[in-house]
Design a protein. Structure first.
Length: 522
Protein backbone atom coordinates (compact mmCIF):
# COMPACT_ATOMS: atom_id res chain seq x y z
CA UNK A 1 0.00 0.00 0.00
CA UNK A 2 1.23 3.47 -0.78
CA UNK A 3 -0.94 6.12 0.80
CA UNK A 4 2.10 8.39 0.75
CA UNK A 5 2.16 8.34 -2.96
CA UNK A 6 -0.90 10.24 -4.16
CA UNK A 7 -0.29 9.11 -7.67
CA UNK A 8 -0.68 5.38 -6.99
CA UNK A 9 -3.63 5.40 -4.61
CA UNK A 10 -7.12 4.09 -5.22
CA UNK A 11 -10.20 6.25 -4.79
CA UNK A 12 -11.01 4.46 -1.48
CA UNK A 13 -7.50 5.02 -0.26
CA UNK A 14 -7.59 8.63 -1.31
CA UNK A 15 -10.86 9.23 0.52
CA UNK A 16 -9.49 7.56 3.63
CA UNK A 17 -6.36 9.71 3.50
CA UNK A 18 -8.39 12.89 3.17
CA UNK A 19 -10.52 11.97 6.18
CA UNK A 20 -7.51 11.06 8.27
CA UNK A 21 -5.73 14.22 7.19
CA UNK A 22 -8.66 16.34 8.26
CA UNK A 23 -8.68 14.74 11.76
CA UNK A 24 -7.59 17.16 14.50
CA UNK A 25 -5.21 14.59 16.01
CA UNK A 26 -1.98 13.07 14.86
CA UNK A 27 -2.81 9.71 13.32
CA UNK A 28 -0.37 7.01 12.36
CA UNK A 29 -1.06 3.69 10.71
CA UNK A 30 1.35 1.03 11.86
CA UNK A 31 1.72 -2.50 10.59
CA UNK A 32 2.18 -5.59 12.69
CA UNK A 33 5.95 -5.26 12.48
CA UNK A 34 5.74 -1.81 14.02
CA UNK A 35 6.51 0.12 10.85
CA UNK A 36 4.76 3.38 10.07
CA UNK A 37 2.74 2.97 6.89
CA UNK A 38 0.84 6.20 6.96
CA UNK A 39 0.97 9.54 8.78
CA UNK A 40 -1.42 12.46 8.57
CA UNK A 41 -0.44 16.10 8.47
CA UNK A 42 -1.14 16.56 12.17
CA UNK A 43 1.38 13.79 12.86
CA UNK A 44 3.95 15.73 10.80
CA UNK A 45 3.26 18.83 12.82
CA UNK A 46 3.24 17.14 16.20
CA UNK A 47 6.41 15.09 15.71
CA UNK A 48 8.30 17.52 13.48
CA UNK A 49 9.04 14.93 10.80
CA UNK A 50 7.88 15.11 7.19
CA UNK A 51 5.61 12.37 6.06
CA UNK A 52 8.41 10.94 3.91
CA UNK A 53 10.69 10.75 6.94
CA UNK A 54 8.08 8.88 8.93
CA UNK A 55 6.75 6.34 6.52
CA UNK A 56 8.72 3.13 6.55
CA UNK A 57 10.33 3.89 9.93
CA UNK A 58 9.73 1.83 13.04
CA UNK A 59 7.24 3.53 15.30
CA UNK A 60 9.86 3.28 18.03
CA UNK A 61 11.59 6.41 16.66
CA UNK A 62 8.67 8.31 18.25
CA UNK A 63 9.15 6.60 21.62
CA UNK A 64 11.58 8.26 24.05
CA UNK A 65 14.83 6.31 24.18
CA UNK A 66 14.43 5.37 27.82
CA UNK A 67 11.10 3.64 27.06
CA UNK A 68 12.16 2.13 23.76
CA UNK A 69 13.40 -1.28 25.01
CA UNK A 70 9.92 -2.24 26.30
CA UNK A 71 7.98 -1.01 23.36
CA UNK A 72 8.24 -3.99 20.96
CA UNK A 73 6.91 -6.26 23.67
CA UNK A 74 3.99 -3.95 24.34
CA UNK A 75 3.23 -3.91 20.66
CA UNK A 76 3.17 -7.68 20.61
CA UNK A 77 0.69 -7.81 23.48
CA UNK A 78 -1.67 -5.63 21.51
CA UNK A 79 -1.68 -8.09 18.69
CA UNK A 80 -2.60 -11.00 20.97
CA UNK A 81 -6.01 -9.34 21.39
CA UNK A 82 -6.36 -6.51 18.90
CA UNK A 83 -9.28 -4.24 19.74
CA UNK A 84 -9.93 -0.54 20.11
CA UNK A 85 -8.58 0.76 23.40
CA UNK A 86 -6.49 3.47 24.93
CA UNK A 87 -2.84 2.65 25.12
CA UNK A 88 -0.98 2.28 28.38
CA UNK A 89 -3.98 2.47 30.70
CA UNK A 90 -2.87 3.80 34.07
CA UNK A 91 0.59 4.81 32.82
CA UNK A 92 1.85 8.20 31.76
CA UNK A 93 2.79 8.01 28.10
CA UNK A 94 5.43 10.10 26.43
CA UNK A 95 6.46 10.64 22.82
CA UNK A 96 9.60 12.23 21.38
CA UNK A 97 9.82 14.76 18.58
CA UNK A 98 12.39 14.82 15.83
CA UNK A 99 14.29 17.49 17.77
CA UNK A 100 14.54 15.07 20.72
CA UNK A 101 12.04 16.92 22.98
CA UNK A 102 9.60 14.78 24.91
CA UNK A 103 5.95 15.48 25.49
CA UNK A 104 3.13 13.70 27.30
CA UNK A 105 0.59 11.99 25.09
CA UNK A 106 -2.61 10.09 25.15
CA UNK A 107 -2.82 7.33 22.49
CA UNK A 108 -5.86 5.49 21.18
CA UNK A 109 -5.30 2.21 19.33
CA UNK A 110 -7.72 0.88 16.74
CA UNK A 111 -7.11 -2.26 14.68
CA UNK A 112 -8.25 -1.86 11.06
CA UNK A 113 -8.48 -4.31 8.21
CA UNK A 114 -7.12 -3.14 4.88
CA UNK A 115 -6.10 -5.01 1.78
CA UNK A 116 -2.56 -5.46 3.14
CA UNK A 117 -3.84 -7.09 6.31
CA UNK A 118 -4.58 -5.89 9.81
CA UNK A 119 -3.02 -2.61 10.77
CA UNK A 120 -3.29 -0.49 13.84
CA UNK A 121 -4.50 3.06 13.57
CA UNK A 122 -2.95 5.07 16.36
CA UNK A 123 -4.38 8.44 17.31
CA UNK A 124 -1.94 10.57 19.33
CA UNK A 125 -2.98 13.62 21.37
CA UNK A 126 -0.39 16.00 22.74
CA UNK A 127 -1.58 16.56 26.32
CA UNK A 128 1.23 18.92 27.40
CA UNK A 129 -1.18 21.79 27.92
CA UNK A 130 -3.61 19.66 29.88
CA UNK A 131 -0.82 18.22 32.02
CA UNK A 132 0.52 21.68 32.70
CA UNK A 133 -2.96 22.82 33.71
CA UNK A 134 -3.38 19.77 35.91
CA UNK A 135 -0.04 20.39 37.54
CA UNK A 136 -0.89 24.03 38.11
CA UNK A 137 -4.19 23.00 39.62
CA UNK A 138 -2.51 20.44 41.87
CA UNK A 139 0.02 23.03 42.97
CA UNK A 140 -2.65 25.58 43.70
CA UNK A 141 -4.66 22.98 45.58
CA UNK A 142 -1.57 22.12 47.56
CA UNK A 143 -0.95 25.78 48.32
CA UNK A 144 -4.53 26.17 49.49
CA UNK A 145 -4.28 23.06 51.61
CA UNK A 146 -1.07 24.28 53.22
CA UNK A 147 -2.66 27.68 53.74
CA UNK A 148 -5.89 26.35 55.21
CA UNK A 149 -4.12 23.80 57.33
CA UNK A 150 -1.71 26.43 58.59
CA UNK A 151 -4.56 28.49 60.00
CA UNK A 152 -4.87 27.72 63.69
CA UNK A 153 -7.16 30.51 64.82
CA UNK A 154 -10.04 29.21 62.77
CA UNK A 155 -11.52 25.77 62.42
CA UNK A 156 -11.87 25.33 58.67
CA UNK A 157 -13.36 22.16 57.29
CA UNK A 158 -15.72 20.91 54.64
CA UNK A 159 -18.87 18.89 54.86
CA UNK A 160 -20.68 17.08 52.10
CA UNK A 161 -24.28 17.88 51.14
CA UNK A 162 -25.45 15.46 53.86
CA UNK A 163 -23.48 17.10 56.62
CA UNK A 164 -20.66 14.56 56.75
CA UNK A 165 -17.24 16.01 57.52
CA UNK A 166 -14.81 15.47 54.65
CA UNK A 167 -11.68 17.28 55.80
CA UNK A 168 -10.24 19.03 58.80
CA UNK A 169 -7.57 21.68 59.40
CA UNK A 170 -5.21 22.26 62.29
CA UNK A 171 -7.29 25.12 63.66
CA UNK A 172 -10.24 22.73 63.85
CA UNK A 173 -8.13 20.28 65.78
CA UNK A 174 -6.94 23.01 68.12
CA UNK A 175 -10.37 24.49 68.76
CA UNK A 176 -12.49 21.35 68.83
CA UNK A 177 -9.96 18.80 70.03
CA UNK A 178 -10.57 16.09 67.39
CA UNK A 179 -7.80 14.74 65.16
CA UNK A 180 -8.53 14.40 61.43
CA UNK A 181 -8.84 10.62 61.49
CA UNK A 182 -11.29 10.79 64.40
CA UNK A 183 -13.68 13.23 62.85
CA UNK A 184 -13.67 12.84 59.07
CA UNK A 185 -16.72 10.77 58.19
CA UNK A 186 -18.74 11.98 61.21
CA UNK A 187 -21.82 14.18 60.97
CA UNK A 188 -21.09 17.79 61.85
CA UNK A 189 -23.97 17.90 64.33
CA UNK A 190 -21.62 16.35 66.90
CA UNK A 191 -20.34 19.91 67.58
CA UNK A 192 -23.82 21.13 68.47
CA UNK A 193 -25.24 21.19 71.95
CA UNK A 194 -27.95 18.72 72.82
CA UNK A 195 -30.53 21.53 72.84
CA UNK A 196 -29.51 22.61 69.34
CA UNK A 197 -29.65 19.06 68.06
CA UNK A 198 -33.09 18.59 69.57
CA UNK A 199 -34.21 21.81 67.87
CA UNK A 200 -32.85 20.56 64.51
CA UNK A 201 -30.42 23.47 64.29
CA UNK A 202 -27.72 21.54 62.34
CA UNK A 203 -30.09 20.64 59.51
CA UNK A 204 -31.67 24.09 59.47
CA UNK A 205 -28.29 25.79 59.24
CA UNK A 206 -27.47 23.77 56.11
CA UNK A 207 -30.86 24.58 54.63
CA UNK A 208 -30.29 28.28 55.21
CA UNK A 209 -26.82 28.02 53.63
CA UNK A 210 -28.38 26.30 50.60
CA UNK A 211 -31.12 28.90 50.34
CA UNK A 212 -29.07 32.05 50.99
CA UNK A 213 -25.61 30.82 50.07
CA UNK A 214 -24.38 31.48 53.59
CA UNK A 215 -25.36 30.84 57.20
CA UNK A 216 -23.82 32.75 60.08
CA UNK A 217 -24.38 32.43 63.81
CA UNK A 218 -22.89 33.00 67.23
CA UNK A 219 -23.71 30.08 69.44
CA UNK A 220 -22.37 27.57 71.91
CA UNK A 221 -20.51 24.61 70.45
CA UNK A 222 -19.04 21.48 72.01
CA UNK A 223 -15.43 20.40 72.09
CA UNK A 224 -14.43 16.75 72.04
CA UNK A 225 -14.07 16.78 75.84
CA UNK A 226 -17.68 18.01 76.13
CA UNK A 227 -16.74 21.54 77.23
CA UNK A 228 -18.58 24.43 75.62
CA UNK A 229 -17.19 27.41 73.82
CA UNK A 230 -18.85 30.41 72.28
CA UNK A 231 -18.41 30.14 68.52
CA UNK A 232 -18.82 32.36 65.54
CA UNK A 233 -19.90 29.98 62.79
CA UNK A 234 -20.07 30.60 59.05
CA UNK A 235 -21.32 27.97 56.61
CA UNK A 236 -20.90 28.62 52.88
CA UNK A 237 -22.70 26.45 50.34
CA UNK A 238 -20.30 25.22 47.64
CA UNK A 239 -21.56 24.69 44.10
CA UNK A 240 -19.81 23.45 40.97
CA UNK A 241 -19.79 25.29 37.67
CA UNK A 242 -23.20 23.97 36.77
CA UNK A 243 -24.66 25.20 40.05
CA UNK A 244 -25.02 21.81 41.66
CA UNK A 245 -24.47 21.69 45.44
CA UNK A 246 -21.25 19.83 46.20
CA UNK A 247 -20.98 20.51 49.91
CA UNK A 248 -20.28 23.23 52.46
CA UNK A 249 -17.26 25.10 53.74
CA UNK A 250 -17.47 25.73 57.45
CA UNK A 251 -15.42 28.23 59.41
CA UNK A 252 -15.68 28.32 63.18
CA UNK A 253 -13.98 30.81 65.49
CA UNK A 254 -13.76 30.53 69.26
CA UNK A 255 -14.97 33.91 70.47
CA UNK A 256 -15.17 33.03 74.15
CA UNK A 257 -12.12 35.18 74.87
CA UNK A 258 -13.36 38.04 72.77
CA UNK A 259 -16.71 38.03 74.54
CA UNK A 260 -14.91 37.71 77.85
CA UNK A 261 -12.72 40.69 76.98
CA UNK A 262 -15.77 42.72 75.97
CA UNK A 263 -17.44 41.79 79.23
CA UNK A 264 -14.37 42.83 81.22
CA UNK A 265 -14.24 46.09 79.31
CA UNK A 266 -17.89 46.71 80.14
CA UNK A 267 -17.24 45.91 83.79
CA UNK A 268 -14.26 48.25 83.82
CA UNK A 269 -16.45 50.93 82.26
CA UNK A 270 -19.16 50.40 84.87
CA UNK A 271 -16.69 50.52 87.72
CA UNK A 272 -15.20 53.70 86.25
CA UNK A 273 -18.63 55.30 86.07
CA UNK A 274 -19.28 54.04 89.58
CA UNK A 275 -16.05 55.46 90.90
CA UNK A 276 -16.83 58.75 89.16
CA UNK A 277 -20.26 58.73 90.78
CA UNK A 278 -18.69 57.90 94.12
CA UNK A 279 -16.23 60.71 93.68
CA UNK A 280 -19.06 63.11 92.87
CA UNK A 281 -20.91 61.84 95.92
CA UNK A 282 -17.84 62.40 98.07
CA UNK A 283 -17.56 65.91 96.74
CA UNK A 284 -21.18 66.62 97.55
CA UNK A 285 -20.78 65.05 100.97
CA UNK A 286 -17.70 67.12 101.67
CA UNK A 287 -19.59 70.19 100.56
CA UNK A 288 -22.49 69.26 102.81
CA UNK A 289 -20.17 68.48 105.69
CA UNK A 290 -18.71 71.94 105.37
CA UNK A 291 -22.10 73.61 105.26
CA UNK A 292 -23.22 71.60 108.27
CA UNK A 293 -20.04 72.50 110.12
CA UNK A 294 -20.54 76.19 109.48
CA UNK A 295 -24.16 75.84 110.61
CA UNK A 296 -23.12 74.09 113.82
CA UNK A 297 -20.51 76.74 114.47
CA UNK A 298 -23.21 79.31 113.91
CA UNK A 299 -25.30 77.69 116.60
CA UNK A 300 -22.33 77.79 118.90
CA UNK A 301 -21.54 81.43 118.19
CA UNK A 302 -22.81 82.70 121.51
CA UNK A 303 -20.84 80.22 123.55
CA UNK A 304 -17.79 80.60 121.31
CA UNK A 305 -17.97 84.36 121.75
CA UNK A 306 -18.01 83.76 125.46
CA UNK A 307 -15.03 81.45 125.11
CA UNK A 308 -13.03 84.11 123.26
CA UNK A 309 -14.25 86.82 125.53
CA UNK A 310 -12.80 85.20 128.61
CA UNK A 311 -9.12 85.50 127.71
CA UNK A 312 -9.72 88.94 126.23
CA UNK A 313 -11.40 90.13 129.42
CA UNK A 314 -8.60 88.51 131.44
CA UNK A 315 -6.04 90.29 129.26
CA UNK A 316 -7.68 93.65 129.96
CA UNK A 317 -7.73 92.94 133.72
CA UNK A 318 -4.11 91.80 133.71
CA UNK A 319 -3.02 94.84 131.72
CA UNK A 320 -4.63 97.14 134.29
CA UNK A 321 -3.03 95.16 137.11
CA UNK A 322 0.36 95.46 135.44
CA UNK A 323 -0.08 99.21 135.09
CA UNK A 324 -0.91 99.39 138.76
CA UNK A 325 2.18 97.37 139.79
CA UNK A 326 4.32 99.63 137.68
CA UNK A 327 2.77 102.82 139.18
CA UNK A 328 3.92 101.87 142.68
CA UNK A 329 7.02 103.57 144.14
CA UNK A 330 9.14 101.63 143.67
CA UNK A 331 7.35 99.65 140.96
CA UNK A 332 6.77 95.98 141.76
CA UNK A 333 8.53 94.55 138.77
CA UNK A 334 7.95 90.93 139.68
CA UNK A 335 4.13 91.30 139.91
CA UNK A 336 4.09 93.34 136.69
CA UNK A 337 6.10 90.61 134.95
CA UNK A 338 3.64 87.92 136.10
CA UNK A 339 0.65 89.98 134.89
CA UNK A 340 2.34 90.41 131.49
CA UNK A 341 3.05 86.67 131.31
CA UNK A 342 -0.68 86.02 131.90
CA UNK A 343 -1.47 88.49 129.12
CA UNK A 344 0.83 86.63 126.77
CA UNK A 345 -0.81 83.36 127.74
CA UNK A 346 -4.39 84.64 127.41
CA UNK A 347 -3.85 86.39 124.12
CA UNK A 348 -2.28 83.24 122.79
CA UNK A 349 -5.30 81.29 123.98
CA UNK A 350 -7.72 83.71 122.33
CA UNK A 351 -5.65 83.48 119.16
CA UNK A 352 -5.74 79.70 119.30
CA UNK A 353 -9.51 79.65 119.67
CA UNK A 354 -9.96 81.96 116.74
CA UNK A 355 -7.58 79.92 114.62
CA UNK A 356 -9.58 76.75 115.42
CA UNK A 357 -12.84 78.44 114.57
CA UNK A 358 -11.35 79.61 111.31
CA UNK A 359 -10.06 76.12 110.62
CA UNK A 360 -13.49 74.65 111.21
CA UNK A 361 -15.18 77.25 109.03
CA UNK A 362 -12.61 76.90 106.27
CA UNK A 363 -13.61 75.08 103.19
CA UNK A 364 -10.83 72.73 102.22
CA UNK A 365 -10.81 69.40 100.41
CA UNK A 366 -10.53 66.43 102.79
CA UNK A 367 -6.95 65.34 103.25
CA UNK A 368 -5.35 62.19 104.54
CA UNK A 369 -3.00 63.15 107.28
CA UNK A 370 -1.92 61.81 110.63
CA UNK A 371 -2.84 63.55 113.82
CA UNK A 372 -3.15 63.14 117.56
CA UNK A 373 -6.81 62.39 118.17
CA UNK A 374 -6.66 63.43 121.84
CA UNK A 375 -5.42 66.89 120.87
CA UNK A 376 -8.15 67.22 118.23
CA UNK A 377 -10.81 66.24 120.81
CA UNK A 378 -9.49 68.67 123.41
CA UNK A 379 -9.81 71.55 120.96
CA UNK A 380 -13.41 70.66 120.16
CA UNK A 381 -14.28 70.39 123.85
CA UNK A 382 -12.83 73.83 124.42
CA UNK A 383 -15.05 75.28 121.72
CA UNK A 384 -18.19 73.63 123.09
CA UNK A 385 -17.56 73.83 126.79
CA UNK A 386 -19.33 77.14 127.19
CA UNK A 387 -22.40 75.75 125.45
CA UNK A 388 -22.32 72.66 127.66
CA UNK A 389 -21.94 74.70 130.78
CA UNK A 390 -24.84 76.90 129.75
CA UNK A 391 -26.97 73.74 129.54
CA UNK A 392 -25.75 72.39 132.83
CA UNK A 393 -23.68 69.66 131.25
CA UNK A 394 -20.28 68.68 132.52
CA UNK A 395 -17.77 67.30 130.05
CA UNK A 396 -15.22 64.78 131.32
CA UNK A 397 -12.49 63.00 129.37
CA UNK A 398 -10.56 59.79 129.68
CA UNK A 399 -8.02 60.19 126.92
CA UNK A 400 -5.65 57.24 126.65
CA UNK A 401 -1.90 57.79 126.69
CA UNK A 402 0.35 56.45 123.99
CA UNK A 403 -2.34 56.18 121.31
CA UNK A 404 -1.15 55.80 117.76
CA UNK A 405 -1.79 58.77 115.50
CA UNK A 406 -5.09 58.61 113.64
CA UNK A 407 -5.12 58.59 109.87
CA UNK A 408 -7.42 61.02 108.10
CA UNK A 409 -8.68 64.55 107.96
CA UNK A 410 -8.36 66.24 111.34
CA UNK A 411 -11.02 68.89 110.74
CA UNK A 412 -13.59 66.33 109.55
CA UNK A 413 -13.04 64.17 112.63
CA UNK A 414 -13.34 67.24 114.83
CA UNK A 415 -16.66 67.87 113.14
CA UNK A 416 -17.79 64.35 114.08
CA UNK A 417 -16.83 64.87 117.71
CA UNK A 418 -18.47 68.30 117.71
CA UNK A 419 -21.72 66.86 116.30
CA UNK A 420 -21.76 64.13 118.94
CA UNK A 421 -21.16 66.67 121.71
CA UNK A 422 -23.86 69.03 120.40
CA UNK A 423 -26.36 66.13 120.10
CA UNK A 424 -25.57 64.88 123.60
CA UNK A 425 -25.87 68.34 125.12
CA UNK A 426 -29.18 68.87 123.30
CA UNK A 427 -30.41 65.47 124.45
CA UNK A 428 -29.42 65.97 128.08
CA UNK A 429 -30.89 69.46 128.23
CA UNK A 430 -34.30 67.82 127.80
CA UNK A 431 -34.04 65.73 130.97
CA UNK A 432 -35.04 67.49 134.11
CA UNK A 433 -33.58 65.07 136.61
CA UNK A 434 -30.31 63.40 137.30
CA UNK A 435 -26.77 64.45 136.40
CA UNK A 436 -25.97 65.75 132.94
CA UNK A 437 -22.67 64.12 132.29
CA UNK A 438 -20.87 63.77 129.03
CA UNK A 439 -17.77 61.60 128.91
CA UNK A 440 -15.32 61.27 126.04
CA UNK A 441 -13.08 58.23 126.09
CA UNK A 442 -10.28 57.28 123.67
CA UNK A 443 -8.67 53.88 123.48
CA UNK A 444 -6.75 51.69 121.14
CA UNK A 445 -8.69 48.91 119.38
CA UNK A 446 -6.42 46.76 117.27
CA UNK A 447 -5.29 48.75 114.27
CA UNK A 448 -7.86 51.46 115.07
CA UNK A 449 -8.32 54.27 117.49
CA UNK A 450 -11.67 53.99 119.27
CA UNK A 451 -13.61 57.01 120.53
CA UNK A 452 -16.57 56.42 122.87
CA UNK A 453 -19.02 59.17 123.87
CA UNK A 454 -21.53 58.15 126.59
CA UNK A 455 -24.11 60.62 127.90
CA UNK A 456 -26.84 60.58 130.53
CA UNK A 457 -29.62 61.88 128.30
CA UNK A 458 -32.90 60.17 127.46
CA UNK A 459 -31.13 57.58 125.32
CA UNK A 460 -32.43 56.02 122.15
CA UNK A 461 -35.25 53.54 121.50
CA UNK A 462 -33.65 50.25 120.40
CA UNK A 463 -35.56 50.49 117.11
CA UNK A 464 -33.90 53.83 116.35
CA UNK A 465 -30.28 52.79 116.83
CA UNK A 466 -29.84 52.58 113.04
CA UNK A 467 -32.50 55.04 111.86
CA UNK A 468 -30.81 58.00 113.51
CA UNK A 469 -28.03 57.74 110.93
CA UNK A 470 -30.41 58.18 108.04
CA UNK A 471 -30.52 61.65 106.51
CA UNK A 472 -33.39 63.88 107.71
CA UNK A 473 -34.16 61.63 110.67
CA UNK A 474 -34.73 64.10 113.49
CA UNK A 475 -36.84 64.44 116.63
CA UNK A 476 -36.03 68.09 117.00
CA UNK A 477 -38.21 70.97 115.94
CA UNK A 478 -35.34 72.90 114.43
CA UNK A 479 -33.17 69.92 113.56
CA UNK A 480 -32.30 68.99 110.02
CA UNK A 481 -31.53 65.38 110.84
CA UNK A 482 -28.27 65.62 108.87
CA UNK A 483 -25.71 65.60 111.69
CA UNK A 484 -25.33 61.85 112.23
CA UNK A 485 -25.71 61.06 108.55
CA UNK A 486 -22.78 63.36 107.79
CA UNK A 487 -20.81 61.88 110.70
CA UNK A 488 -21.29 58.40 109.37
CA UNK A 489 -20.25 59.25 105.83
CA UNK A 490 -17.14 60.97 107.20
CA UNK A 491 -16.22 57.95 109.32
CA UNK A 492 -16.98 55.47 106.52
CA UNK A 493 -14.80 57.48 104.13
CA UNK A 494 -12.00 57.15 106.69
CA UNK A 495 -12.44 53.37 106.73
CA UNK A 496 -13.85 53.42 110.24
CA UNK A 497 -17.22 52.65 111.80
CA UNK A 498 -19.77 54.76 113.71
CA UNK A 499 -22.58 53.25 115.74
CA UNK A 500 -24.83 53.88 118.74
CA UNK A 501 -25.81 51.81 121.76
CA UNK A 502 -27.63 52.26 125.06
CA UNK A 503 -25.91 53.58 128.18
CA UNK A 504 -26.70 52.32 131.68
CA UNK A 505 -28.64 53.21 133.67
CA UNK A 506 -29.68 55.71 131.01
CA UNK A 507 -28.46 57.69 128.09
CA UNK A 508 -26.88 56.88 124.77
CA UNK A 509 -23.35 55.89 123.78
CA UNK A 510 -21.86 56.81 120.42
CA UNK A 511 -18.76 54.94 119.28
CA UNK A 512 -16.51 55.44 116.33
CA UNK A 513 -13.24 54.07 115.10
CA UNK A 514 -10.58 55.64 112.91
CA UNK A 515 -7.71 53.62 111.48
CA UNK A 516 -4.36 54.30 113.10
CA UNK A 517 -1.74 55.67 110.74
CA UNK A 518 0.58 52.79 109.86
CA UNK A 519 3.70 54.93 110.33
CA UNK A 520 2.76 56.17 113.75
CA UNK A 521 4.54 54.81 116.79
CA UNK A 522 2.24 53.28 119.37
N1 LIG B 1 -27.01 61.61 122.27
C1 LIG B 1 -28.28 61.40 121.82
N2 LIG B 1 -29.23 61.00 122.69
C2 LIG B 1 -30.49 60.77 122.26
N3 LIG B 1 -30.89 60.93 120.99
C3 LIG B 1 -29.98 61.33 120.08
C4 LIG B 1 -28.64 61.59 120.44
N4 LIG B 1 -27.98 61.96 119.31
C5 LIG B 1 -28.88 61.93 118.31
N5 LIG B 1 -30.08 61.57 118.78
C6 LIG B 1 -31.30 61.40 117.95
O1 LIG B 1 -30.94 61.22 116.61
C7 LIG B 1 -31.57 62.18 115.80
C8 LIG B 1 -30.71 62.49 114.62
O2 LIG B 1 -29.56 63.22 115.02
P1 LIG B 1 -28.85 64.12 113.96
O3 LIG B 1 -27.67 64.74 114.59
O4 LIG B 1 -28.63 63.33 112.75
O5 LIG B 1 -29.92 65.19 113.60
P2 LIG B 1 -30.45 66.37 114.51
O6 LIG B 1 -29.51 66.56 115.62
O7 LIG B 1 -31.86 66.07 114.81
O8 LIG B 1 -30.38 67.56 113.50
P3 LIG B 1 -29.04 68.28 112.98
O9 LIG B 1 -29.08 68.05 111.48
O10 LIG B 1 -29.19 69.70 113.35
O11 LIG B 1 -27.91 67.62 113.63
C9 LIG B 1 -31.84 63.32 116.72
O12 LIG B 1 -32.93 64.10 116.25
C10 LIG B 1 -32.18 62.61 118.01
O13 LIG B 1 -33.50 62.18 118.02
MG1 LIG C 1 -27.42 66.81 115.48
Amino acid sequence: MSLTNPNGESTGERRFRLVVDAAPNAILMIDQAGRIVMANSQAERVFGYSRAELVGQSVEILVPERLRPHHPELRKTFWTDPQSRPMGAGRDLYAVRKDGSEFPVEIGLNPIEIEDGTMVLSAIVDISARKAAELALRESELRYRVLVDGVTDYAIYMIDPNGIITNWNRGAQRIKGYRTEEIVGQHFSCFHTEEDRAANVPQQSLEIAVRDGRYEAEAWRLRKDGSRFLANVVIDALRNDSGQLIGFAKITRDITERVQAARELEEARISLVKSQAEEALHRVQAELAHVARVATMGELTASIAHEVNQPIAATAANAQAALRWLALQPPDMEEARQALARIVHDSKRAGDIIRRIRDLMKKAPPRVDRFDINGAIREVIELSRADATKNGVSIQTQLANGLPLAKGDRIELQQVVLNLIVNAVEAMSTVAEGPRELLIVTARAGADVLVTVPDTGPGLPAADLEHIFEPFHTTKQTGLGMGLSICRSIINAHGGRLWASANLPRGAIFHFTVPAHPDSAS
